[in-house]
Design a binder for this molecule. Structure first.
Ligand code: HEM
Ligand SMILES: *[C@@H]1O[C@H](CO)[C@@H](O)[C@H](O)[C@H]1NC(C)=O
Ligand SMILES: *[C@@H]1O[C@H](CO)[C@@H](O)[C@H](O)[C@H]1NC(C)=O
Ligand SMILES: *[C@@H]1O[C@H](CO)[C@@H](O)[C@H](O)[C@H]1NC(C)=O
Length: 336
């Protein structure tokens, strides 16, 4: 590893350590036995409900994983993303994300788990914990790692669309800009790459990558019309699959075109081959501080699974509210 690269990594790690001073303290108050007296079957109930939901609607898993990520990055893992625009006077987070096509099946999975928990132990288990558990369970169902989820997050009393801007990564961000954004949440470049491995499942709408495929304006577009870092055959397949996407905005493409429904390391194997779908995926392979980890995870599924599990646990502590900082909402889509 070059000295410059080492220095960049070190400074990003320091930035990550300096961020979110309260996070470590709040994380220390989370515990895997949090509901062991108040609702001993809580984990089992969540896992039964989401497994049934996944069986009925196979897009639930990827959607829930993404929802968990968005919840944690905008005002902390506090279920603020779940608040429905119909239920609130103020414009909630979800309204600002209306164009980000958050998946209905994921909201439904959490709502069902919450209903089952309210029947078993009323007013006890937070929506934020349910979302963290559901994301973990569904990763396991898709073949990914299983890991413990410390509990005790409280739900937000507010959800505000204005909190979204600047807190979520966009596909047009450089890898460097992404590392800075993640560092602000206490997440290192290596953890960011591991988490981006979530794109081994699920799909993206054509509008998210159309600029790479049609009439590409960046360097090397030329006669082919597509981003030259895309595998040419893949680019042609995308051109044809996404034809007419502007009038059919629902057309979507699997994020991992090789094993779309399996949680595995293929996402990383795809990137060096020009099979990364989003510009932000491809960017991880172009930027030396993230490229090293892409290579490591492409070569070693065990390393990816271990690091993904740890990074998910850390993601689950971002901005958590405990005790009187939050509440346990009765219904996940409504602020009490
Ligand atoms: C690194 C920066 C990231 C960017 C720029 C990004 C962006 C996106 C975009 C644009 C989509 C497509 C949404 C759609 O068209 O419906 C997507 C899908 C997805 N993202 Fe990310 N994402 C990032 C990181 C993450 C992380 C950290 C996770 C979770 C740990 C995640 C999980 C997912 C999942 C599972 C999907 C598929 C959703 C589905 O099938 O419903 N992403 N992402
Ligand atoms: C969503 O997209 C529509 C059409 O592109 C646009 O008019 C609207 O302002 C967008 N809404 C938000 C909240 O970004
Ligand atoms: C990325 O796209 C958003 C809108 O989707 C825009 O507001 C922003 O300026 C763009 N950023 C860059 C770096 O191009
Ligand atoms: C893969 O990663 C694991 C976990 O970090 C490590 O123990 C193992 O030695 C690695 N395997 C190879 C072949 O590098």
């Amino acid at each position: 590893m070059g000295t410059l690269l080492r220095r960049v990594l070190l400074s990003l790690a320091l930035l990550a350590a300096a961020a979110a001073p309260g996070a470590a303290a709040a994380a220390a108050r989370l515990s895997t036995s949090y509901y062991s007296r108040s609702c001993p079957r809580a984990e089992q109930i969540v896992s039964d409900v989401v497994a049934a939901k996944q069986q009925a609607n196979p897009s639930t898993a990827a959607g829930t994983l993404r929802l968990f990520f968005h919840d944690c990055f905008v005002s902390g893992c506090d279920a603020s993303v779940l608040v429905s625009p119909l239920s609130s006077d103020r414009t909630p987070e979800r309204a600002a994300e209306i164009n980000l096509s958050l998946p209905g099946d994921a909201f439904d999975a959490v709502a069902r788990a919450k209903a089952a928990l309210e029947a078993a132990c009323p007013g006890t288990v937070s929506c934020a914990d349910i979302l963290a558990l559901a994301a973990r369970d569904l990763v396991g169902i898709l073949g990914g790692p299983r890991f413990p989820v410390p509990l005790g997050r409280r739900d937000a009393r507010r959800s505000d669309a204005r909190d979204v801007e600047g807190n979520l990564p966009r596909t047009n961000m450089s890898a460097r800009a992404m590392t800075v954004l993640f560092a602000r949440k206490g997440i290192t470049p290596q953890e960011m790459v591991a988490l981006a491995g979530a794109h081994t499942v699920g799909f993206s709408h054509c509008s998210e990558f159309a600029h790479r495929v049609y009439n590409y304006k960046g360097k090397g577009g030329g006669a082919s019309g597509h981003d030259p870092s895309l595998n040419p055959e893949f680019a042609r397949a995308l051109q044809s699959s996404c034809a007419g996407y502007e009038s059919n905005p629902d057309i979507s493409i699997f994020n991992d075109i090789v094993t779309p429904r399996e949680f595995d390391e293929l996402y990383f194997k795809n990137l060096p081959r020009g099979l990364g779908l989003l510009a932000s995926d491809a960017a991880l392979w172009e930027y030396p501080p993230t490229k090293v980890f892409v290579q490591q995870y492409a070569d070693n599924r065990t390393a990816f699974f271990q690091d993904f599990a740890k990074a998910m646990q850390k993601l689950g502590t971002v901005g958590v509210k405990t005790g009187r900082q939050g509440v346990v909402r009765r219904q996940c889509d409504i602020l009490d």
